[in-house]
Design a protein around this ligand. Structure first.
Ligand code: GLY
Length: 353
């Protein structure tokens, strides 16, 4: 697989990825290299990763607790303290070996430590391979509110090794697959139709490549999300609010990110049908596709009210307006659409039908 190279970052795959990483470590003369892991990637991915590193480096391993609940500034402080105790300096580097929590948090920790040290992302989940690790968004949650604190800063490189997916269960794979389905919805109807037919994740490498290419093509045109990059947030305005609500709520089972944005993509599909001309047949196609893969979530009226009250924290808001990304058709997005609140309630009714 060819590497995806942009003026500010590169994504490499498989053996070529390790080869490029080895060359980079060799020439960079880092004073210390830290590898950030969680308990899962420490056990399941670190041995294989180390087996592919050629040079003789004195790596320091830093382990954080797995799970979105730990993606917060408290965990960052712990990592900063360890870096400091272990004499990290500005010529140190951090390798983030993990899913979206590790790559988002590790990227943020590295971007702020001594005003910025190099970092490299080695995503180990499907979600991180096709979304979180690529494009330079780093950050943490503020309480239950998703990604409120962070910076956009590109890693030195991303190395995608689909073999790590063998360490994941079906639910985690499906969670990442929701972001891939999103890539079809916002950019490429043919890709959407291909993805809908996927029943096994055994041969997913080519599709990962397509998803990374779609995301990359958007990010290079608008790295700081002034306009086009907003389309990558389709399903995320309501999806993030649903995710945050479930993260905080004691009464509900936790939803994975992909499961929450799957709900968001159906809800925002309904809004798209009402406001931006998404044909009814395409809306039904979106709903069926997601409900065939992801368990239907039951929302009480009080849940919906609480979820809608979280929308005011969405990062795309400006001047008091909530700005949605909607679809004019599958593959054809519209940005900065304002939505009346009664339609949002209708969207939840449509989801429940
Ligand atoms: N996850 C959306 C973005 O990177 O812009």
């Amino acid at each position: 697989m060819n590497s995806i190279i942009t003026p500010t970052y590169a994504v490499h795959f498989n053996e070529k990825g390790y080869e490029t990483l080895n060359k980079h470590l060799d020439k960079s003369n880092y004073s210390k290299i830290f590898i950030l892991v969680d308990e899962n990637t420490h056990n399941d991915c670190l041995p294989s990763f180390m087996g592919n590193i050629e040079g003789d480096y004195d790596f320091e391993i830093i382990e954080i607790e797995a799970g979105e609940i730990n993606k917060n500034i408290g965990t960052c402080t712990q990592v900063w303290e360890v870096l400091s105790e272990l004499d990290a300096d500005r010529k140190s580097a951090m390798i983030n070996l993990g899913g979206g929590v590790v790559t988002d948090l590790g990227g943020f920790v590295a971007s702020c430590f001594k005003r910025g040290i190099d970092f490299i992302n080695i995503p180990t989940t499907l979600l991180a391979m096709v979304d979180a690790s690529v494009g330079g968004k780093t950050g943490v949650d503020l309480g239950p509110l998703k990604n409120q604190i962070g910076v956009i800063n590109q890693p030195q490189m991303v190395v995608v090794v689909p073999e790590f997916l063998n360490t994941l269960n079906e639910r985690q794979l499906q969670s990442g697959f929701a972001e891939m389905l999103k890539h079809g919805l916002i950019r490429d109807v043919k890709y959407w139709n291909t993805l809908k037919k996927v029943t096994s994740f055994d041969d997913i490498s080519t599709l990962i490549y397509t998803s990374v290419s779609i995301k990359n093509a958007v990010v290079v045109q608008d790295p700081t999300e002034q306009h086009l990059r907003k389309i990558l947030n389709y399903g995320h305005t309501l999806g993030h609010a649903v995710e945050s609500y479930f993260l905080e709520s004691q009464d509900h089972e936790l939803l994975l990110h992909g499961e929450a944005i799957a709900v968001g993509m159906i809800l925002e599909g309904y809004l798209s049908h009402k406001l931006t001309g998404l044909p009814k047949a395409e809306l039904e196609d979106i709903k069926m596709t997601f409900l065939n893969r992801y368990k239907k979530v039951t929302f009480a009226k009080s849940d919906i009210d609480a979820i809608l009250s979280l929308l005011k924290f969405d990062k795309k808001n400006s001047h008091g307006n909530i700005n949605f990304v909607l679809l004019k058709g599958i593959g054809d997005p519209a940005i900065d659409v304002k939505v009346p609140s009664n339609l949002m309630l209708e969207a939840f009714e449509y989801y429940a039908e």
